[in-house]
Design a protein around this ligand. Structure first.
Ligand SMILES: Cc1cc2nc3c(=O)[nH]c(=O)nc-3n(C[C@H](O)[C@H](O)[C@H](O)COP(=O)(O)O)c2cc1C
Length: 381
């Protein structure tokens, strides 16, 4: 089967991964309305086609988070990459770094920051969940500093974990260890099983040295989830700011009012995100929320964007509507689940080509020119 685009990668990952993990990646909260809207609402905009501009020399580099990046997108934080492919975090980071783009490591990762840094030298970001026990956060911040992380993301749209009905049906949420029933279900994907057995028992890198979190990734993740601080509030952003002197990003902002408060707290950027439709079902799609947030901020704060990005045209639309950079989520994770590092590299190359062709056929020669043109590059459908 061909691996030309993200849909192909999703189809291959679906056959390769045990259903319990494929559904965990693919699914969203409750009725999955927001998950669907994230994709469908890109269709509310069309691209303006312009002709007979010399497009022979093109430049996809652009600036976000105060740095020039070779591409307008990067790999965002997704939990448990090491369960979709052996050493999945390292595989994804290597593919990102080969393309010169950052990977943001999730708190819920099999590889620790230290392991990741030892394996690859490119730009590394870290996503933090703040636990009630602040000592854990302080320890992770220190690890991030030691690993040369320059950007920390505080995810703010997970005050509590929503219900993903596919996970309920598959018993994902209640899993803490491999039961005989689960072992049977995993055995339906022998290729994946062999790969995982070779890699050894997966554990959550951030807490595997802490016995109170138990043993094995499933038990450790469930203990971590229960300890996420539900009292988190704006004053905790100050707590973090005081401990982290690198760039700080708030991930999961969807309302203009929150975007303005974020700016007032002195963060370096926000990610307009609804966690890929996995949290507040019924919330607006991110592409529908983006213009009002960009208007409210008036260019004063860097805006990153994620949610439903599967095509180069999606990236172009987000940049035209005010994003300075885009985070990939499932788009690269499906590549990882389909073919490991090569699969992630394939998805990055595919999206790079699609953005490039899309720009050229819009009569544009650079991402910066697209950003300058802004909404004039699009028409409402
Ligand atoms: C399986 C899965 C796990 C995720 N884990 C995290 C996480 O640990 N931390 C986080 O901030 N966001 C997490 N996210 C959200 C992504 O960072 C991102 O917001 C979302 O995937 C974007 O939507 P898309 O996948 O449709 O592109 C996760 C998303 C998925 C699909």
């Amino acid at each position: 089967m061909s691996l030309i685009n993200v849909d192909d990668a999703r189809a291959i990952a679906r056959r390769r991964l045990p259903r319990i993990f494929f559904d965990y990646v693919d699914g969203g909260a409750f009725a999955e309305d927001t998950l669907r809207a994230n994709r469908e609402d890109f269709g509310r905009w069309t691209l303006v086609q312009r002709v007979l501009n010399d497009i022979s020399v093109r430049d996809l580099s652009t600036e976000f988070l105060g740095t020039r990046h070779p591409l307008p997108f990067m790999l965002g934080p997704v939990g448990f990459l090491g369960l979709y492919a052996a050493r999945g975090e390292i595989a994804a980071a290597r593919a990102a770094h080969a393309a010169g783009i950052p990977l943001c490591l999730s708190t819920f990762s099999i590889a620790s920051l230290t392991e990741l840094r030892a394996a690859t030298q490119g730009p590394l970001h870290f996503q933090l969940y703040v636990m009630s026990d602040r000592a854990i956060g302080e320890e992770l911040i220190a690890q991030a500093r030691a690993a040369g992380v320059d950007t920390l993301y505080l995810t703010v749209d997970t005050a509590i974990t929503s219900v993903r009905e596919r996970d309920l049906r598959n018993g994902f949420r209640s899993l803490t260890r491999i039961t005989p029933g689960l072992a049977l279900r995993l055995a339906t994907r022998p290729g994946w099983c062999v790969e995982m057995l070779r890699a050894g028992m997966p554990e959550v890198g951030a807490v595997k040295h802490r016995p109170e979190f138990g043993r094995g990734a499933l038990e450790q993740a469930s203990n971590l989830s229960r300890r996420i601080d539900t009292r988190l509030s704006w004053k905790d952003v100050d707590w973090l700011r005081a401990r982290w002197d690198g760039k700080l990003v708030l991930k999961g902002v969807l309302a203009p009012e929150d975007a303005m408060t974020a700016r007032a707290t002195g963060v370096d950027a926000i990610v307009v995100s609804n966690h890929g439709g996995r949290q507040l079902d019924g919330a607006s799609s991110t592409i529908a929320a983006l213009p009002a947030i960009a208007d409210a901020l008036g260019g004063d704060l860097d805006i990153l964007f994620d949610g439903g990005v599967r095509r180069g045209a999606d990236i172009v639309k987000a940049l035209a509507l005010g994003a300075s950079g885009v985070l990939l989520g499932r788009a690269y994770v499906f590549g990882l689940g389909a073919a490991g590092e090569a699969g992630v590299a394939r998805m990055i190359a595919h999206l790079r080509e699609e953005v490039d062709i899309t720009l050229a056929l819009m009569g544009l020669t650079s991402i910066d020119a697209l950003k300058r043109l802004g909404r004039a590059a699009l028409n409402p459908r």
